[in-house]
Write a protein that binds this ligand. Structure first.
Ligand SMILES: NC(=O)c1ccc[n+]([C@@H]2O[C@H](COP(=O)([O-])OP(=O)(O)OC[C@H]3O[C@@H](n4cnc5c(N)ncnc54)[C@H](OP(=O)(O)O)[C@@H]3O)[C@@H](O)[C@H]2O)c1
Length: 284
């Protein structure tokens, strides 16, 4: 294999797009963008292929790269790799997927045909309309030794940081990642619902929350969770917590979230007046 592999991206979605652009920026040849065979999917592949000077194809009928990176939904990885496997010599080639939850075994079909395979998961969020920098982003890696060597080099060239994860710890790893972004967004949308009860519009609530959110993250990064924890729990003000809960009866989903998070705070963080707080939270 060439020192720098020619890379085909399967799935021009949120991750596939960001990865193709970042790989190209890092000096890699993105040789092909492979999509499903529908007109909407082909169109997305063509648009991305144009941006990174690759060819676009459906089903990988012309795949001739050194490395294929599956950026398809987790449930599609095995199927997409089986489709691509047909009629090709995979010896010396590398296949990667980016599921945080599934192990490299998902690519066993390609491994049986001679490829070396790995799972390479960036602990980062990719959404439509933004391409995050990969500088310093941790990538969790697991798989065959030869594929891991190739993947580590790519991760380093992207300015990111590779670390090893064992396959039987991937689900715990992925659940951790869920707390860091999607569930955090779940918390923020719940906060917006509560803000509506104060008479604010959703967009006003979002704008007014941003300074405290930014400072909270900065405090968390600098001081850790205990140092960043403020509010009625750390002060031991059980009566205020109780009144919050009475108020939140109007928004039962938000109340459930409040109780779950307050219990976590009480369990893991400094708090005065623990017994009374436990009673208030236990009673709800
Ligand atoms: N988004 C994130 O924040 C993030 C972060 C880390 C890891 N990941 C991982 O990245 C992978 C992709 O996630 P995503 O969020 O980028 O999903 P996504 O935005 O839904 O993109 C998936 C892409 O795969 C295409 N696709 C589906 N089945 C295919 C097939 N059989 N052959 C070729 N293309 C196919 C889809 O095309 P259609 O438009 O035709 O459906 C779409 O372009 C997943 O394994 C996920 O766990 C995602």
């Amino acid at each position: 294999m060439a020192v720098r592999p020619r890379i085909a991206i399967v799935g021009p979605g949120r991750l596939g797009r960001a990865l193709a652009l970042e790989l190209r920026r890092a000096g890699y040849c993105v040789s092909e963008i492979i999509s499903r065979d529908t007109s909407a999917s082909r169109q997305k592949a063509r648009a991305l292929a144009k941006q990174v000077k690759a060819k676009a194809s459906a089903g990988g009928e012309r795949f001739d790269g050194d490395l294929v990176w599956f950026c398809v939904p987790d449930r599609e990885i095995a199927r997409a790799s089986r489709q691509l496997a047909e009629g090709l010599d995979w010896k010396g080639k590398t296949a990667l997927h980016s599921s945080g939850a599934l192990a490299s075994d998902e690519l066993r079909g390609l491994r049986q045909r001679g490829a070396t395979v790995a799972s390479v998961h960036p602990l980062m969020t990719f959404v439509g309309g933004s391409v995050p920098s990969l500088e310093g982003v941790p990538f969790a890696l697991e798989g065959d030794a030869a594929a891991l060597r190739v993947a580590r080099r790519i991760v380093r060239d992207l300015g990111a940081e590779a670390f090893s994860i064992s396959r039987n710890r991937k689900l715990a790893y992925h659940a951790w990642g869920a707390f860091a972004s999607p569930l955090l967004i779940g918390l923020l949308v719940t906060a917006e619902k509560v803000a509506r009860a104060t008479g604010l519009s959703t967009s006003e609530a979002r704008r007014r929350m941003l300074p405290i959110l930014r400072q909270t993250l900065a405090n968390y990064a600098q001081l850790g969770p205990a140092g960043a924890f403020s509010g009625p729990i750390v002060r031991g003000d059980a009566s205020i917590v109780q009144q919050h809960l009475m108020e939140l009866k109007k928004i039962p989903e938000a109340k459930e979230v409040y109780v779950a998070l307050a219990r976590a705070g009480l369990r893991y963080l400094p708090a005065r007046n623990r017994k009374e707080l436990e009673e208030v939270l236990g009673r709800m």
